[in-house]
Design a binder for this molecule. Structure first.
Ligand code: HPA
Ligand code: ZN
Length: 321
């Protein structure tokens, strides 16, 4: 089997809702009596052609309508972990979008208990240690993020960090300083999507104003030499998602991806899948896609750095590298 699939690795940028394969969308729709605006699995799959981030998000939020019960979230997470195990994943830090479910009338307790039912024994069942990160939907604004933070309080035992995702342009990180400050004060890890479609300035805001420990995507950092130097000096990891960037047309094609320029600047880069059901590949396929252009030693570096960039304690990281 190819090196990209077998290398032991951590996945650090993965939206659990974006792992829902069309077959599971249909089976959950049937189980929950949810009507879908697609006739068949193939019909749905044919819609997986995107012009930009928003065109993807429209379908992503639509398909989520089938997720109603704790069992649905457990089944979704079990399916991801089974797939990830086949691709060498040994540790996964998993995003979910509380507001996208609560706004549809699904109680947060159903979502969190369903996810944690699967994650609780992930190491024993799948050989994968896990962390859970709750993301705020930036296009719902900073006030709703604060309200969501309050509703997360009873669940903080199960939540390791917070993130920031959804439509980026026009929703700069600095607006979310109050909620990020509270989360940091509560001892949670903090990450944010920045520099996917948005400018390099959003990456500056994520590190300087929000104090993030990792930047999700961050690819537009290549437009700012001083930023590259800062990221490299601080060893702030970027969780890069190559197939996602091509599918969402943030990058015209893989051969033009800024990844080599990030590496040349000395930035710590990890490789991830983002929303694998929608973007044509899990983390292993992202590694495989890069394999032609990069030496095996670089792939090994990505895999080792994925553990270094994780929120695992030092001893556990060292044991995995
Ligand atoms: N960007 C922003 N928000 C998201 C993404 C993404 O790639 N995937 C799921 N929510
Ligand atoms: Zn993402």
């Amino acid at each position: 089997m190819s090196l990209g699939l077998t290398l032991p690795k951590a996945e650090l940028h993965l939206h659990i809702e974006g792992t829902m394969e069309p077959e599971l969308v249909f089976s959950l729709a049937r189980r929950n009596g949810v009507a879908l605006p697609f006739e068949t699995v193939d019909d749905l799959r044919r819609r997986y052609v995107f012009d930009d981030l928003q065109s993807f998000l429209d379908l992503y939020y639509l398909a989520m309508a089938v997720l109603r019960t704790a069992q649905d979230f457990t089944d979704l997470t079990d399916a991801y972990l089974a797939k990830a195990r086949e691709q060498g994943v040994r540790h996964a830090e998993i995003f979910f979008d509380p507001q996208a479910h609560v706004s549809r009338g699904v109680p947060l307790s159903e979502v969190v208990s369903g996810l944690t039912e699967s994650l609780r024994n992930s190491k024993e069942r799948f050989g994968i240690s896990t962390r859970l990160i709750a993301c705020f939907l930036r296009d719902k604004g900073p006030q709703e993020a604060l309200e969501t933070w309050e509703t997360l309080q009873p669940h903080l035992e199960q939540i390791d960090g917070i993130g920031l995702d959804s439509a980026e342009v026009g929703h700069p990180p600095q607006l979310f300083k109050p909620v990020f400050t509270r989360a940091r004060d509560a001892g949670l890890h903090v990450v944010a999507h920045a520099g996917e479609e948005g400018p390099a300035d959003y990456v500056w805001q994520a590190i300087d104003v929000l104090g993030v420990e990792r930047v999700d995507h961050g690819i537009r950092s290549v437009e700012d030499g001083a930023l590259l130097k800062r990221l490299a000096d601080d060893r702030t990891p970027l969780t890069v998602c190559p197939l996602s960037n091509v599918r969402l047309r943030c990058v015209p094609e893989l051969s033009q991806h800024p990844l080599p320029r990030l590496l040349d600047a000395g930035v710590l880069v990890t490789i991830n899948s983002d929303d694998p059901s929608y973007f044509g590949g899990y983390v292993g396929e992202n590694f495989v896609a890069l394999q032609e252009a990069l030496d095996d030693s670089v792939l090994r570096q990505f895999a080792a750095d994925s553990f270094r960039a994780s929120f695992l304690p030092e001893e556990e990281r060292a044991a995995l590298i």
